[in-house]
Design a binder for this molecule. Sequence first.
Ligand code: ZN
Ligand code: FE
Length: 255
Amino acid sequence: MPLDIVTVPCLADNYAFLVHSAGTGATALVDAPEAGPVRRALADRGWSLTHILITHHHSDHIDAVAPLREEFDVRVVGAAADAERLPRLDLAVAEGDVFEFSGYEVRVLDVSGHTVGHIAFHVPERGVVFTADSLMALGCGRLFEGSADQMWASLSKLAALPPETLVCSGHEYTAANAGFALTVEPDNPDLRRRVAAIEDARKRGEPTVPSTLAEEMATNPFLRAGLPEVKALMGMPEMSDAAVFAEIRRRKDRF
Ligand code: ZN
Ligand code: FE
């Protein structure tokens, strides 16, 4: 039985995701920014929540765990390394762990950088990865806790997944990210096409998330920091991939 994935807009610009198996009736929520929209998305479909998967400790990703736990008999999964900053976990996981959701393997990747203890959930058979504030559409999360080296290692891990993988990230920041990406690679034809498509989608009020990893590899300046053409454009032809990534991240912080 395939897994359905539903994008749930929450708060001003967050995305949560519902992952549902019609076969077993199991439904997982990835991140819990706000209970109301999640409740409505479940009720509209007649689904009941069975799991909550948490990516990292920021309040815009965990605030609705407690109210949803009161309403539903849920199993909450999150990073063992960050357990003291997360709501109570029923399953504490770490890099390389694999757990089962409704007959599907869910693989845990440590993608620290935005926070230390940020994890991503990869479901290989469904071809989807939930990245929240690590790899984002045309962007990556700000380095609040981790180092640029850590984030570069995290992005490199995600970049090694199959190119057709769907990237479900945590915010609608894509239009602002697009403006910055064009300052790094103004003549990248894939980027220019994607930016036009993003502008159209936003005019129609449609989300720009999820994207595919292939799209991100072709257009996301943070993932492209190791390419000779990007190093040249940055004026850093001899520098390491991580150093170029760090400089792109610094420029974005000031953008
Ligand atoms: Zn965050
Ligand atoms: Fe966030």
